[in-house]
Design a protein around this ligand. Sequence first.
Ligand code: GLU
Length: 305
Amino acid sequence: MNYENILKEIYEEIQPYLEQGHLPDYIPALKNVKADDFAMSLITLDGQEHHIGCCDKKFSIQSISKLFSFTIALDKYKKELYKRVGHEPSGNPFNSLVQLEYEKGIPRNPFINAGAIVTTDSLVSIYKEKTFETILEFIKNSSTCQDLEINEEIYESELAHGFRNFALINMMKSFNNIDNDIDLVIQSYFKQCSIMMNTKQLAKSILFLANHGINPLTNEQVITVSQAKRINSLMLTCGHYDASGDFAFKVGLPGKSGVGGGIIALIPQKMALCVYSPKLNKQGNSLVGTKALELFTTKTGLSIF
Ligand code: GLU
């Protein structure tokens, strides 16, 4: 398969779509980006790399970070974790309060905001003030990239405007599903969202999920085969909020998006992919990123189906 040519074709074909979508406005600092940027990276398990566009430009990983905090929490708590956060698609927006109220503070899955806040809380119970550093260290090890840090401006911006996330954590606290100090948990959550990475680094960071839990870059067994299966299944069913069904239908791969404009996706036993384009569709997923991944699986025939 000539991946180099396929990425070039995708780059041409997505150009008209760069007009569409909108930048997120509820975190003001996320608007300080070049709206028509595009990057795509592909890394195979045997080490082939192909990239196109601004693949060295770092962006805020936002909800892609939920994948890593959930991986650490699942490894620590095993099935116990599911007492506090479910594994069903929500069918609701990523920051919805409604479902949480009538489901008594137990979020549907770890990839909506409420679910990620609960997983972060479970990590705060173990790592206390070092929770964010633990998550960052995990991402550094998975990606084998040591030069990762947060964007302070994005972190401060979300802290100042994260009214819905504060509402979510307070509601869950009222249902006794948050064990730790609200400020410590929410700060750790916002920090993990503000980590800056490029598509090359993000693609590398999920190779272990495409490889039965073993990181091919370090040969380390990061999680078990079964845990990797569960996490990938959750990405397929819940990785794109209320557009998860649409993403599975069009792209046919497990993936996780973030409102910073990134999407990671993987083909089990083959490769990891990452796309970046900051304008979002109405469900909060990168519009052009989704299109690029759809073109990729259509052109290559490589999907999980
Ligand atoms: N930090 C964002 C929030 O909590 C993450 C949302 C996302 O990337 O989808 O609202």
